[in-house]
Design a protein around this ligand. Structure first.
Ligand SMILES: Cc1ncc(COP(=O)(O)O)c(C=O)c1O
Length: 382
């Protein structure tokens, strides 16, 4: 029989919207400049400071409307176009596949590593052809990719790496903040991310020329100076030099993001503690695999388990009856009709894990009673 939860249904995601975020939203609305403006500049500076971007690296932040927009613009800027191929794990978010297709290119699917569910770097090189323009390195949930090896592969084959760090904002790779590993990194600040702008994204890119182009591309190609928009005003004359999109971030979204970033240490440590508790309490259940990550270096996005006894659907139903919502991140890309013809390597691990993974509730400042209720509910499933 399902064990009851005296409170409510525990959701998989629960954004941390407190009085500070609401006050920031009101303040930005009262300013009366709703579009891209001073808050966006401050948000970009805050993102740069979380990433500890060092001035010598010439890396800069460009805020955009979503993570998907960040992926699309980055791929276009890398020169990805019709006929090109982009290597990505099949185990990835639909946003990545659609951004590749939006450039007219095709995804090429590679398997993930069983212990991290990040791209298996040992399987990349055999999929590289003359058409390969880019490799997407996506950090998954509580793990980061083998970035050193990805840098080596990129160098050997002269292929760009796009670091999809939608899950790893505020995390570290070998002691270095995420955002410093590659020439192109993107973040998402959508409603379920550790830091949210409601919707938002950012690109960390190297090189001043790239910044200017990106700033125009996010503003339907208008070359009016971002510096002027950052003072909550605009130029009435400008040029259009290339294709652009309405992908800029608005002041309201940036204001909420700034309020969130101020809490990043608290957010990170509370999520680390919850992951550690899940990991410790679920480690010895023989029909589950509970990942053991380097939580201390991560700002964990999601905690997942693998259900090894073939009863995932039953477990999810049972947990729902116990008041615990769960999720599935994700279905494999190569199984979607729209992408079924894309080239792929062997996807044995992907095929297996997509039938086993379950995302458990993980919130910033998640109350311990709720975490223990999730754990006890799982333990009581027979
Ligand atoms: C790995 C990954 N990349 C990209 C995205 C797209 O970000 P957004 O939802 O901000 O468009 C997501 C969204 O969840 C994601 O999980």
């Amino acid at each position: 029989m399902a064990i009851t939860n005296n409170s409510k249904q525990i959701p998989v995601f629960k954004p941390l919207i407190e009085k500070e975020e609401i006050a920031a939203a009101i303040e930005s609305l009262e300013l009366g400049w709703l579009g891209m403006g001073s808050y966006v500049k401050e948000f970009e500076d805050q993102v740069a400071s979380v990433c500890k971007l060092d001035a010598k690296s010439d890396r800069h932040v460009v805020a955009v409307s979503t993570g998907h927009a960040a992926l699309h613009l980055s791929l276009l800027m890398m020169g990805v176009g019709p006929g090109d191929e982009v290597i990505t794990p099949s185990f990835n978010n639909a946003a990545d596949f659609q951004a590749i297709r939006a450039c007219g290119a095709d995804p090429v699917f590679v398997d993930v590593k069983e212990d991290t569910l990040c791209i298996d770097v040992s399987k990349i090189e055999k999929m590289i052809t003359k058409k390969t323009k880019c490799i997407i390195a996506m950090d998954y949930d509580i793990f980061v990719c083998d970035h050193d090896e990805l840098i080596e592969i990129g160098r050997r084959h002269k292929i760009s790496i796009l670091h999809d760090a939608a899950h790893s904002f505020g995390s570290y790779y070998k002691g270095n903040p995420v955002g410093n590993q590659h020439d192109w990194t993107m973040f998402s600040f959508d409603p379920v991310k550790t830091i949210t702008c409601i919707d938002g994204g950012a690109i960390v890119v190297a090189g001043h020329e790239n910044i200017k182009r990106l700033q125009a591309k996010r503003l339907i190609g208008m070359t009016q100076p971002a510096a002027q928009m950052y003072t909550n005003s605009r130029a009435w004359t400008y040029d259009i030099e290339e294709l652009g999109f309405r992908y800029h971030m608005a002041n309201l979204h940036a204001a909420i993001g700034i309020a969130q970033i101020k809490k990043i240490d608290e957010i990170r440590s509370s999520r680390q503690k919850t992951c550690q508790l899940y990991c410790d309490e679920l480690a010895n259940i023989d029909w589950i695999e509970a990942p053991r990550g380097e939580f201390g270096s991560m700002n964990p996005f999601l905690y997942y388990i693998r259900v090894l006894n073939g009863k995932r659907a039953e477990l999810r139903e049972y947990l729902k009856a116990c008041g615990v919502d769960t999720g599935i991140h994700w279905q494999a890309g190569h199984t979607f009709k729209y992408l079924s013809n894309c080239r792929r390597g062997s996807l044995d691990i992907t095929e297996q894990i997509v039938n086993e993974i379950v995302s458990l509730p993980l919130h910033s400042k998640m109350n311990k009673y709720d975490v223990m209720h999730v754990i006890e509910s799982i333990k009581s499933f027979v």
